[in-house]
Design a binder for this molecule. Structure first.
Ligand code: GAL
Length: 435
């Protein structure tokens, strides 16, 4: 294994999402989803990693791991628990959290929708409701006004593609629709429009406050798709999937271009609606031909017979080369700064995470050498957390959480990563010690 050197301007930290770590909120759609027994082992989001009550302890752990940046989300249901009603308690909580981060020298990147929203919004049909953009915009304006100068970087929507897929096609997220293609496209359209509107609101609101340093982007899940076999229909299915899972969202959210079937034309005018592209990358997906009538989406499988070291605890393939490929392609196309807004591994016994980090940073080193403007790496995740419908079993944390006592312990791979955050390199000595 060779040492790795990253530029000193390259920033490293980790990412989380409110529902997955905070606990305590009964107004979010995920709490209601857990009440219906829809999370593995009948688990609930109600306690999670109790981060809501342990913000300072967790920021101290970030400091211990030399974080320079941190990606977090704001729980909409804590800010607007009932339609049109703003919670001062919720607002104050996030103002204090962000203040504490800034004082710790950790720069926050704030996500405004990370898979969860208030139950009242859910009951209105969530993103399929024609007024969803209006509701979200009002929330966005509120957040920007109460965070003021303390945050200049926002991620509007996290993984609109995975969200729409898991909500309306795979039935995993509330309201658990299956193969509902119409809702998939309807919600996708609104998510795209919500981003475009939010992009404009955040810029104009901050401009009114006198700030010109605003950076707004998305966090898009880019999977590396590969066709399995030579079947012409499977190849077609891969193209359709790539379009409806990736390109359609990129067209819309970056260029403001609604393309078939979510729409036609430029509702906000031609332009560029992202100041950076946030890429969430996890794995390679092999596309097989499908018996599903919704053949459009083919069928994604992991290559048969892969050795254990190539698989994570959820059975996804570990494929670092894919990070290079998806980032290179999206950068060549749009030439916008790239942040890796998520990349990580469920690895309960911490036997693969350090190597995973090394191998993915190696790809980043190559991207930098090939003149890709890649600036950030947010490891998923700071802490073990609620992996949505898969519950608490998958362990993504650099920090281990004992859910009975809420005791935090930095894993060995977390120590390794903390040293990388500080040194911006992986030396021979670190390789010998951790890998
Ligand atoms: C992403 C998601 C995160 C986290 C991660 C690990 O799709 O944005 O919230 O769950 O996957 O699976």
């Amino acid at each position: 294994m060779k040492p790795i050197k990253l530029p000193s301007s390259f920033l490293l930290g980790s990412a989380t999402a409110a529902t997955q770590i905070e606990g305590g909120d009964k107004n979010s759609n995920w709490y209601h989803w857990s009440l219906k027994g829809m999370i593995a082992n009948n688990e609930s989001s109600i306690v999670a990693a109790d981060h809501y009550n342990r913000v300072i302890e967790d920021i101290n752990l970030m400091k211990e791991m030399n974080h320079e940046i941190y990606r977090m989300s704001i729980e909409w249901s804590r800010i607007e628990p009932e339609e049109g009603v703003w919670s001062q308690k919720g607002i104050k909580h996030y103002q204090d959290e962000i203040q504490a981060l800034v004082e710790a020298g950790i720069k926050p990147l704030v996500t405004l929708h990370h898979f969860s929203h208030p139950q009242w919004f859910e009951e209105k049909g969530q993103w399929t409701n024609r007024d969803s953009v209006k509701y979200f915009s009002r929330f966005v304006k509120k957040v920007v006004s109460f965070l003021g100068d303390s945050v200049n970087e926002y991620c509007t929507i996290n993984e609109p593609n995975v969200f729409a897929m898991d909500t309306f096609m795979d039935g995993k997220y509330p309201p658990g629709k299956k193969d509902d293609i119409l809702s998939y496209f309807k919600a996708s359209k609104n998510l795209i429009l919500a981003h475009l509107k939010a992009y404009k609101i955040i810029h104009s609101e901050r401009k009114k406050m006198g700030y010109n340093d605003t950076m707004v982007g998305i966090a898009i899940h880019l999977a590396y798709f590969e066709v399995s076999g030579n079947n012409i229909l499977t190849k077609l299915s891969e193209k359709l999937m790539n379009y409806s899972f990736h390109q359609m969202f990129l067209n819309g959210m970056i260029e403001g271009h609604l393309t078939f079937p979510v729409g036609l034309g430029y509702p906000h005018g031609k332009g560029i609606y992202c100041d950076f592209i946030g890429v969430n990358y996890y794995s390679r997906h092999l596309i097989h031909s499908s018996n599903n009538p919704a053949m459009l989406f083919g069928e994604v499988k992991v290559e048969a017979g892969l050795p254990d070291e190539k698989l994570n605890d959820l059975g996804w393939e570990i494929y670092p080369e894919g990070l290079y490929k998806v980032v290179k392609e999206v950068f060549e196309k749009y030439k916008l700064p790239i942040y890796i807004t998520e990349n990580g591994i469920p690895d309960a016994n911490d036997s693969k995470r350090a190597k995973f980090i090394y191998n993915h940073l190696k790809e980043i080193e190559k991207l930098i050498a090939d003149d890709v403007d890649i600036r950030r790496y947010y490891h998923w995740s700071l802490l073990d957390n609620l992996e949505w419908n898969d519950g608490y079993a998958p362990r993504f944390g650099l920090i281990e959480v004992d859910y009975y006592t809420q005791k935090r312990t930095i894993r060995e791979s977390g120590r390794f990563y903390g040293t990388i955050c500080k040194e911006k390199e992986i030396t021979k000595k670190m390789i010998d010690k951790y890998l």
